[in-house]
Ligand binder design. Structure first.
Ligand code: DGL
Length: 276
């Protein structure tokens, strides 16, 4: 792929709207890229589902994006990245596919001084052991602490990202890790919204690693190396498999900007726009 293909959009998908935190970072780093986003909001969450189901949904998500002639695909979802990245690469060898696990791992390895690293994510992400394996493959004498934090997802969606309730839940999940690590991978699309409160609890000597920031750098360097940078785009189209009434606010919170239009889609075909 070269030259004329640079104008093609970047495809990004997630189980829901959490992946818009990844879109937000890609837009910051690559403001002139067109982005087609798919959030499978009808079937979210993926993080509590089985490997078989996550893989099946992920294949459907990729097939949807391929219809838009995307030049590459970013799996914004940490759960899919942890459970199904290699499977998706094997299933769709014709398209470059990037997950969020490796960029987060690489950054954690760069920032840790003690070699004690924490990883938090959904139940499926932590159960997959993907981060742990990647970290220990890179350096076998690391100490890796993992913890599933499923309640962080509804907290972020409800906008409860600071205050007593948020702090209590953070303490419940993270007290085991406190004082033991100096880098913490936020292995879920929703967790960046809780950054401030997590940092407040863990202390200033713990570096929070946000895979959304790291994947944006990975994508930029891939596009640069392959002469695929677009300098004339910047459009974002958001496609969701379900659009409940309160979603406009949620989308804007995750994306960090206003949206006027989204598309409600079936994974077998686009069904037109919905005016918000
Ligand atoms: N997007 C998912 C992730 O990053 C969180 C929500 C879900 O469980 O589907 O793992």
């Amino acid at each position: 792929m070269k030259g004329e293909n640079s104008k093609r959009p970047i495809g990004v998908f997630d189980s829901g709207v959490g992946g818009l935190t990844v879109v937000r970072e890609i837009k910051k780093t690559l403001p002139e890229e067109d982005i087609v986003y798919l959030g499978d909001t009808a079937r979210v969450p993926y993080g509590t589902k089985s490997e078989k189901t996550i893989k099946k949904f992920a294949v459907e998500d990729v097939m949807f994006l391929l219809k838009y002639r995307v030049k590459l695909i970013v799996i914004a979802c940490n759960t899919v990245s942890s459970v199904a990245l290699n499977f998706l690469k094997e299933t769709f060898p014709e398209i470059p596919i990037f997950g969020v696990v490796d960029p987060g791992v690489k950054e954690a390895l760069r920032v840790t001084k003690s070699g004690n690293i924490g990883v938090i994510g959904t139940i499926a992400t932590i159960k997959s052991g993907a981060h742990e394996k990647a970290l220990l493959n890179a350096k076998e004498d690391l100490k890796v602490y993992t913890k599933p934090c499923p309640l962080f997802v509804p907290l972020a969606e409800e906008g409860i990202t600071q205050g007593k309730i948020a702090n209590d839940v953070i303490s419940l999940y993270l007290h085991d890790l406190k004082g033991k690590i100096d880098a913490l991978i936020l292995g879920c699309t929703h967790y960046p919204l809780l950054k401030k409160a997590i940092k407040g609890f863990m202390g200033s000597d713990v570096t929070l690693v946000d895979p959304a920031v790291e994947i944006a750098k990975t994508v930029r360097s891939f596009l640069e190396k392959n002469n695929l940078l677009n300098n004339t785009g910047g459009e974002l189209s958001i496609h969701l498999t379900d659009v409940p009434p309160h979603y406009k606010e949620l989308i804007e919170r995750f994306l960090g900007q206003k949206v006027n239009r989204i598309f409600q889609v079936e994974l077998t075909g686009c069904e037109g726009g919905i005016k918000l």
